[in-house]
Design a protein around this ligand. Structure first.
Ligand SMILES: NC(=O)c1ccc[n+]([C@@H]2O[C@H](COP(=O)([O-])OP(=O)(O)OC[C@H]3O[C@@H](n4cnc5c(N)ncnc54)[C@H](O)[C@@H]3O)[C@@H](O)[C@H]2O)c1
Ligand SMILES: [Zn+2]
Ligand SMILES: [Zn+2]
Length: 363
């Protein structure tokens, strides 16, 4: 059976997104059909529609989602009909050279559904990050579904599917923030605020939020920043040293995707400190560092993919922490909108007015 549902597509580069009818097949082997309940609007969706990811238009957008499993393929046992799941964009294969070496969080061959979703005229859609969840239903690889406690609000839980997990994991997993560490987070958008929340969960003592927008610094404090630095008028490196006894931070997280900020984060570290790069650069960005500084400061420089998370391991734990009141996922939800509100939500995101707009789909 083919399911005829409404979804948000980017038909061509730069054109406003549109709600249209899409066709979703029943799940085959290894696949799951999910009824989407909520899906966050992420910068990556905008990158897709601007042609910044690739040219495989039309795209079915949306990838930070939670919903209910409506059907599974014949061989699927990891999830079942009725499960409340968070979707992820790194369903690990278990067989590549990284998985075989016991490092599935770096899997080099992650899975998506093999069947395609299409427009009513048969045009094949490219789902954003292999998900495509600005849609009443979507088809994914079963491994892209992680069952979590159904008491979680879908609009908050779904955010773990991308940016919030990337930020939490940048601090907790990639940066290995520990008890008593000092942490500086550059860029206090959704990802940076999640990095602040992750640093707090990990037991950091000093947590410094850095941004050029005072509205974001206020939000950073709500997520647990102990100090903030407005880097539009101040030298961020000097300010961070002053807040850390003249030394610099143990862990600096770059959550903007900007070469100048990356340099600030490099120099704002204490000796043997860690720099985590979670902001996504464009191909033309360059950094120029004296090798003696690289060597002399020691420590680690670490890019972070999806916060180095393993969804099957981490999503259920983080949802439990949320339900216990120890991780405020609700605070990331700036507003809820309907499927036809995605284009306007892109503009609010560009103006810096929201952490996350979240599409909620009534059942
Ligand atoms: N590595 C991953 O797996 C992963 C996953 C999701 C998102 N990301 C990336 O993380 C980055 C942040 O995403 P987001 O959703 O939080 O974006 P966002 O636009 O909500 O936040 C970016 C923040 O950076 C601030 N900023 C801009 N220029 C700055 C500067 N020069 N100095 C200090 N702050 C500055 C902005 O004011 C804003 O608050 C993006 O590059 C995104 O693509 C990475
Ligand atoms: Zn693998
Ligand atoms: Zn995203």
């Amino acid at each position: 059976m083919v399911h005829e549902v409404q979804g948000v597509i980017a038909r061509e580069k730069g054109a406003p997104v549109e709600v249209t009818t899409i066709l979703v097949p029943d799940p085959g082997p290894g696949e799951a059909l999910v009824r989407v309940q909520a899906c966050g609007v992420c910068h990556t969706d905008l990158h897709y529609r601007e042609g910044g990811i690739n040219d495989e238009f039309p795209f079915l957008l949306g990838h930070e989602a939670a919903g209910i499993v409506e059907a599974v393929g014949p061989d699927v046992s990891s999830v079942a009909l009725g499960d409340f799941v968070i979707l992820n964009w790194r369903a690990v294969c278990g067989e590549c050279r990284s998985c075989r070496r016991g490092r599935p969080q770096y899997c080099f061959d992650t899975h998506n559904a093999t069947q395609k979703m299409t427009l009513a005229d048969g045009t094949v859609l490219a789902p954003a990050l292999g998900i495509g969840a600005f849609s009443e239903k979507t088809i994914v690889a079963a491994g892209q579904c992680t069952k979590v406690d159904a008491r979680a609000r879908p609009e908050a839980a779904g955010l773990l599917g991308c940016g919030v997990m990337a930020g939490l994991g940048a601090s907790m997993f990639t940066g290995e923030v520990g008890f008593g560490d000092s942490v500086a987070v550059f860029g206090c958008g959704g990802v940076g605020c999640a990095a602040i929340a992750g640093a707090r969960l990990a037991g950091a003592s000093t947590i410094i939020g850095v941004d050029i927008d005072p509205r974001k610094l206020e939000v950073a404090m709500q997520f647990g920043a102990t100090h903030t630095v407005n880097s539009s008028g101040n030298d961020a490196v000097e300010a961070i040293r002053a807040l850390t006894g003249g030394n610099g931070a143990n862990v600096c997280v770059e959550a903007v995707g900007n070469a100048k900020v990356m340099e600030q984060a490099f120099f704002a570290r204490d000796l043997a400190g860690t720099l985590v790069q979670v902001g996504v650069p464009t191909p033309e960005m360059r950094i120029d560092l004296p090798m003696i500084e690289f060597f002399g400061r020691g420590g680690q420089l670490k890019p972070s993919w999806y916060g180095d998370c393993l969804p099957s391991r981490d999503f259920p734990i983080l949802i439990d922490l949320y339900l216990e009141g120890r991780l405020d996922l609700d605070r990331f939800v700036s507003e809820t909108i309907e499927l036809d509100g995605v284009e306007e939500a892109f503009h609010r995101m560009e103006r810096g007015e929201v952490l996350r707009s979240v599409v909620v789909i009534a059942s």
